[in-house]
Design a protein around this ligand. Structure first.
Ligand SMILES: NCC(=O)N[C@@H](Cc1c[nH]cn1)C(=O)O
Ligand code: ZN
Ligand code: ZN
Length: 478
């Protein structure tokens, strides 16, 4: 089956240095979507990607999305829609990825410059965006190029949709996809959808992913004094916003990860016996968790409960406080206005709007009990839905065969604790099966300091993406 693959694999190995250089150039562009001052870099990254796509003969359109909601002065970065191949006798695969990244500063604790791809003696390629999601996005381009260089016919028509706001909730993309997936739209005509933007459960065994948690992200702002104050002069006589905020934040979740907001857990679908039976067969251990954590500070003691906590139950994380003193030293300031940021990862059957109302009520109730003269405001910053699909589809079968061919092992079928808000939109707008096909591993530290992609995962991942397309071309439709 798929006899051309050996030649393709050989070519990927031959071109590996070139593909790593492409990743180096991409990582060098700090395309941080959450920071308005970095928006020109996000746009620069879209232009880089456009050039790369054109260089391999894809047709590319950059679609503007208009101003960012709530920031009329700030244009959203464009969605790139590219096409390679237009053969009516071939299947069409729609792939999605994102070219924006999470914020990163060397001073956060990185061992190397976050926007300089740094390869160590173990062939780990460190850099912001290396695994999330520049490596996988470039993987599709590299797969096309290796086919050309090896003179192997590309097995499918590839439609590529790359956005620049994923790490900020995919603003503006949903409407675009719904519009363009219709007859006559630029995203119309896909047979299946594939997204490479998540991770293996461990470091050795690839997986195919059929579920994601959603994410509702909130800000709670407490303000009082007209400006920051000297704690020696005003400590004890002014009500302090930080004092109130830490109490509000402290009321949200306990040390054991139990969400303390009444009503949230009532919305969670009960775990069925059939579901419980899936967990013991999955290749994962507490040591895998400890390795990715870099410590043994797990909440749960066993693997099944840990996986359920990641995939199957909601979690609440407190991310930071804007406006608070966070530097080194001992500054004696009383901040005048502080915004706590927290998010809830959602699962079936949590309803997003209902969750917002429950969260707002809880925060307001806790604040009211403090009897503070300060002012409170709580807002939803963005929300993305959870998604669970059926892996019993030829799209997953094709990917399973590709994993076996490249890695010599059958993949695990997993869900993911993270969120890719646009996944369900692709499913609904195209009416087609969506597969998540990860490239990176559990130790990649996406969103964290020292994010990396192992050379092996990148190069074998390029083979995997190409092999998947060959098996898609061969699969019988359901
Ligand atoms: N690789 C996917 C990813 O990292 N997704 C983000 C999406 C998000 C949701 N809210 C803010 N960003 C994630 O945090 O899961
Ligand atoms: Zn991502
Ligand atoms: Zn991410």
């Amino acid at each position: 089956m798929a006899p051309q693959l050996d030649g393709y694999f050989k070519q990927v190995d031959t071109s590996a240095g070139k593909f790593i250089e492409r990743l180096r150039q991409a990582v060098a562009i700090p395309s941080i979507s959450a920071e308005p001052q970095r928006r020109p870099d996000v746009v620069r990254m879209s232009k880089f990607l456009e050039e790369q796509l054109k260089s391999i003969g894809a047709t590319v359109q950059a679609h503007p999305l208009g101003p960012q909601p709530g920031h009329p002065e700030l244009e959203l970065p464009p969605v790139l829609v590219a096409r390679y191949g237009n053969d009516k006798n071939k299947r069409t695969v729609l792939v999605y990825g994102h070219y924006d990244v999470q914020p990163a500063e060397k001073s956060d604790g990185w061992n190397s410059e976050p926007f300089e791809l740094t390869i160590d003696e173990k062939d780990r390629m460190f850099g912001r965006g290396s695994t999330d999601d520049k490596g996988p996005v470039l993987g599709w381009i590299n797969a096309i190029q290796a086919h050309q260089e090896a003179n192997i016919d590309f097995p499918v028509n590839l439609m590529m949709c790359f956005e620049g706001m994923e790490e900020y909730g995919s603003e503006g993309l949903e409407d675009f996809i719904h519009k363009e997936a219709k007859q006559g739209g630029v995203l119309h005509g896909a047979d299946v959808v594939c997204i490479s933007d998540n991770y293996w459960l461990g470091t050795e065994k690839p997986c195919l992913t059929y579920g994601l948690r959603g994410c509702n992200y909130y800000g709670v702002t407490i303000s009082g004094p007209g400006q920051d104050l000297h704690s020696g002069v005003f400590g004890g006589s002014a009500q302090e916003p930080m004092t109130d905020l830490v109490r509000v934040l402290g009321s949200l979740v306990d040390t054991h990860g139990q969400i303390q907001i009444p009503g949230v857990m009532d919305m969670v679908a009960p775990v069925t016996d059939e579901e419980k039976d899936l967990y013991p067969g999955i290749a994962y251990s507490m040591d895998n968790l400890f390795e990715s954590l870099g410590s043994k500070t797990s909440i749960h003691e066993d693997k099944d409960r840990t996986l359920m906590a990641r995939w199957r139950f909601p979690s609440l994380s407190v991310h930071g406080i804007e406006g608070a003193f966070a530097g080194a030293g001992a500054k004696t300031v009383i901040p005048a206005k502080v915004t706590g940021k927290f998010s809830i990862r959602t699962v079936p059957n949590i309803e997003s709007d209902k969750l917002d109302q429950i969260v707002f009520k809880h925060v307001k109730d806790i604040f009211a009990k403090l009897g503070s003269k300060n002012t409170l405001d709580v807002q939803l910053i963005h929300a993305g839905p959870w998604w669970v699909a059926s892996p019993k589809h030829w799209n997953f079968e094709a990917a399973g065969k590709a994993v076996e061919r490249v890695f010599g092992i059958k993949p695990d079928f997993t869900r993911e604790g993270g969120s890719i808000p646009i996944t369900i939109t692709f499913e609904q707008a195209t009416g087609k099966n969506v597969l998540l096909l990860p490239m990176g591993s559990s130790t990649d530290a996406a969103h964290s300091i020292n994010e990396k992609l192992d050379r092996r995962n990148y190069i074998e991942g390029i083979k995997l993406l190409g092999a998947y397309l060959h098996y898609v071309a061969e699969e019988k439709m359901d």
